[in-house]
Write a protein that binds this ligand. Sequence first.
Ligand SMILES: Nc1ncnc2c1ncn2[C@@H]1O[C@H](COP(=O)(O)OP(=O)(O)OP(=O)(O)O)[C@@H](O)[C@H]1O
Length: 515
Amino acid sequence: MQGNTATSVGAYSNGDDALKAITDGSGKPGEKSETRHDALFERVSARLKAQVGQDVYASWFGRLKLHSHSKTVVRLSVPTTFLKSWINNRYLELITSLFQQEEPEIMKIEILVRTATRSVRAGIEEAVAAVETAPASQARRMAGPQTVAQAAAGLTEKAQQRQPSHGPLFGSPLDARYTFDTFVEGSSNRVALAAAKTIAEAGASAVRFNPLFIHSSVGLGKTHLLQAVANAALASARSPRVVYLTAEYFMWRFATAIRDNDALSLKETLRNIDLLVIDDMQFLQGNSIQNEFCHLLNMLLDSAKQVVVAADRAPWELESLDPRVRSRLQGGVAIEMEAPAYEMRLEILKRRLEVARLEDASLEIPAEILNHVARSITASGRELEGAFNQLLFRRTFEPNLTVERVDELLAHLVGAGEPRRVRIEDIQRVVAKHYNVSRQELVSSRRTRVVVMPRQIAMYLSKTLTPRSFPEIGRRFGGRDHTTVLHAVRKIEDLIAGDTKLSHEIELLKRLINE
Ligand SMILES: Nc1ncnc2c1ncn2[C@@H]1O[C@H](COP(=O)(O)OP(=O)(O)OP(=O)(O)O)[C@@H](O)[C@H]1O
């Protein structure tokens, strides 16, 4: 953290701030208070470094400067909006308490963004720092599970291709690698990809489906696709105003705005956007926040602005959501993405290899190994990336990896997306045998008592023992509607609660299925 005397006002956009910086503290301009404030800043910096550790400190606070200091308010500055929100989000409390330990009159710490032009290099350094120090889930959001060098390479390449003059208005950071070009198409995501491209190219006025709701189980590319929509829309000639947010960021942003009496200006900003992209919708919580979200959604949809949402389940399954929000989300089109087939998995691995070769042209992974990984890692894009990174890493020490060795190395990833590795077919087979009906009858349209109950039990077990969604289960049971599955699951849950015999029978079936 470098000290910045209050006299270097040229970097600040706000003249009042600069003036205050000179005349702060005792109310008199002069070297004395500057030196005292610099010394205070240095002491707090040292304590912060001791608390968070050298690495985290260098990543997040290396470019933090003292901006100004009044009796009760200390203003610090950073070069980018992203750094500001990151520090505000995660470290503001800590920094405030460190300042207060030094000077108890201090009430508030504010983080400002310096107006200096942001270099591409700064963006890369920041992304790299973020990947190195962020917790796994956050780092994934920003750079995916690629190596840090790859993340930087991706950004450099992108920056060379185009240096957008504008980004999203505000919100969670966009990963420049998440584009339509890097998104591998397959039968499991074709419809979702086509819808996403149409929106990015045409905008809301030309599109009939609004909101677009993409859902899938974890790691199947929702974030990648949503960010590709935002990145492509931003690069388009229409120059729409785009906001990409995770639901968690939305909650945090609104909560801070309400706390700072700034909700009106936040709403004003959101009112003027053309495209709202919201990820991880399942995490939206809290009555007042949902209320705000509902207003925003209504306002955007009613004025024909496009909204794109992703979640780990369909809109009708988002039971924690306010019914008004749920109903508005159901008013558009919901598209599910499924697990990638073998060809698609292989293509994802090949693309990863191409990117890695940009860094190291001598890199070779034999086709036999890639095919084998694509065959064994069936769960999701995320596990595939994890597997690929393992291969890259191991290659350095073990240049001649065999298929057997790869199996050992990746054992923890095989079947990782489906922890119980139970298939719906297995459930149908076991339930059919137990109740002495055929599997065909279970998936048929027959509605006789003898088959209805076993079918409902099989649906219930499919929901509880596999990560499959209601519509997916419905499709596996003779193309039934998701509401039929929902009804079956609720009915069996109710019955189990009051019927010990049935509850034991279901436990027995679970054991048989897991055998
Ligand atoms: N079709 C695809 N083409 C290329 N990469 C993909 C594809 N699907 C997934 N991936 C990669 O797999 C990783 C996980 O994808 P992503 O984070 O988008 O999944 P997600 O569905 O948002 O997961 P979660 O539900 O956990 O948020 C990403 O690095 C992404 O680039």
